[in-house]
Design a protein around this ligand. Structure first.
Ligand SMILES: NC(=O)C1=CN([C@@H]2O[C@H](COP(=O)(O)OP(=O)(O)OC[C@H]3O[C@@H](n4cnc5c(N)ncnc54)[C@H](OP(=O)(O)O)[C@@H]3O)[C@@H](O)[C@H]2O)C=CC1
Ligand SMILES: CC(=O)N[C@@H](CCC(=O)OP(=O)(O)O)C(=O)O
Length: 337
């Protein structure tokens, strides 16, 4: 397969290059970014792919089978239009095609390609695989919503959750992208731990609620993200109330049954809890379910924001679209030490 990565100089672009260069079915990799032609970074030398990142203006000269858009929201939509018109199947890592128009406009501003919204399929691979297989345009989910939805949907779809779900999440700094920002300087981030977007202000809240409500109506989410001084990883601690008393053993059985044929989702045995280093560099999600003495359920979840939270899930979606095994090129235990 011929594959293009657009936004190849960013963090998710780099992770896509890493994954696609090891993918057994990818024969050609075309890389694009804005500005002048640039050399590939030294990490990627010797991988056998033609060496330079080309200016985006040259994209029209290439006809890949798949194109990954690893661009800021608002920009992706502009490039998706032309690619789709030319018959290229597109996987967009930005938020441009994840939400209904009125919700997008409220949180992100005017939509760059509203005419394409109907075409897009939300790329949460474990829940929408049938639609993903035939899709022309994938809206790859946000990193926090991926972790949240994988952790709560098994209970939501059985109508076992009531009221408010508290979603307390922590992310490494690559989640913020590679562009220079003062609040992401080493001096601001190292030896520091801070919340942000508190009080319903983070743009992943509507994404969480929108897809949660496809499976269970009337639930509300309180989402508080935090920045942790590590490079990669998301850890979520999610508190929820049940509609009826269900034992911990039964709850675990629900998760195990739901994900038994989903190779990237690992339900941890009693006594084990997710941690970010166990998913570092992988497409895996680790989930543990527990109950506190008052009966509330605590679901903990770990993913790599650049893996299952972005590039890994995007490649998993490409595999599904291409009729390949969804694990093709993605089996990886990560780095233990
Ligand atoms: N980082 C993460 O963990 C996740 C990110 N995402 C989403 O994926 C997308 C990419 O994120 P990420 O890789 O982190 O971002 P980065 O900031 O690291 O990279 C963005 C890329 O887009 C290019 N770019 C920036 N502005 C423009 C523009 N106006 N026109 C064309 N190209 C532009 C950059 O080029 P240049 O090098 O010239 O700046 C770079 O190649 C974003 O939409 C993000 O929200 C989704 C899930 C997780
Ligand atoms: C640590 C950090 O800053 N994380 C980012 C996550 C954004 C992201 O990856 O998601 P989108 O694709 O929806 O932009 C944030 O909170 O904005």
């Amino acid at each position: 397969m011929k594959v293009a990565v657009i936004g190849a100089t960013g963090y998710t672009g780099a992770e896509l290059i890493r994954l696609l260069s090891m993918h057994p079915k990818v024969s050609d990799l075309f890389l694009f970014s804005r500005g002048e032609e640039v050399e590939l970074e030294k990490h990627f030398l010797g991988l056998g792919f033609a060496g330079k990142v080309k200016p985006l203006e040259e994209l029209t000269k290439f006809s890949p089978d798949f194109a990954f858009l690893a661009l800021p929201h608002g920009e992706s939509g502009r490039y998706a239009q032309d690619l789709i018109r030319r018959g290229v199947r597109v996987i967009d890592l930005s938020a441009d095609f994840r939400l209904p128009l009125e919700v997008y406009d409220k949180w992100y501003g005017p939509h760059p390609a509203p005419g394409l919204l109907e075409t897009a399929v939300y790329g949460l691979s474990e829940y929408f695989s049938e639609k993903i297989k035939t899709a022309r345009l994938i809206a790859n989910p946000g990193c926090y919503p991926t972790a949240f939805l994988l952790a709560v949907l098994p209970l939501a779809e059985k109508a076992l959750i009531q009221g408010v779900i508290i979603s307390d999440m922590k992310s490494g700094v690559t989640g913020a992208g590679r562009a220079a920002k003062r609040e992401m300087l080493f001096g601001e981030v190292a030896e520091n731990f801070r919340p942000y977007g508190v009080g319903g202000k983070h743009r992943h809240l509507p994404e969480m609620e929108n897809f949660l409500n496809m499976f269970a109506k009337g639930l509300r989410v309180i989402f508080t993200p935090h920045l942790v001084p590590m490079k990669r990883g998301i850890l979520g601690t999610i508190y929820l109330s049940l509609t009826t008393d269900v034992s911990l053993e039964e709850l675990r059985k629900i998760y195990l049954a739901k994900y038994q044929d989903k190779p990237f989702i690992k339900i941890l045995p009693d006594g084990q809890l997710p941690e970010t280093r166990a998913v570092y560099g992988t497409n895996n999600a680790l989930i543990a379910v527990n109950k506190e003495p008052g009966g509330m359920v605590i679901v903990t979840v770990a993913i790599d924001n650049l893996g299952k939270g972005a590039a890994g899930q995007a490649v998993q979606n490409m595999n599904l679209m291409a009729g390949l095994d969804e694990t093709c090129g993605l089996k990886n235990t990560g780095i233990y030490f």
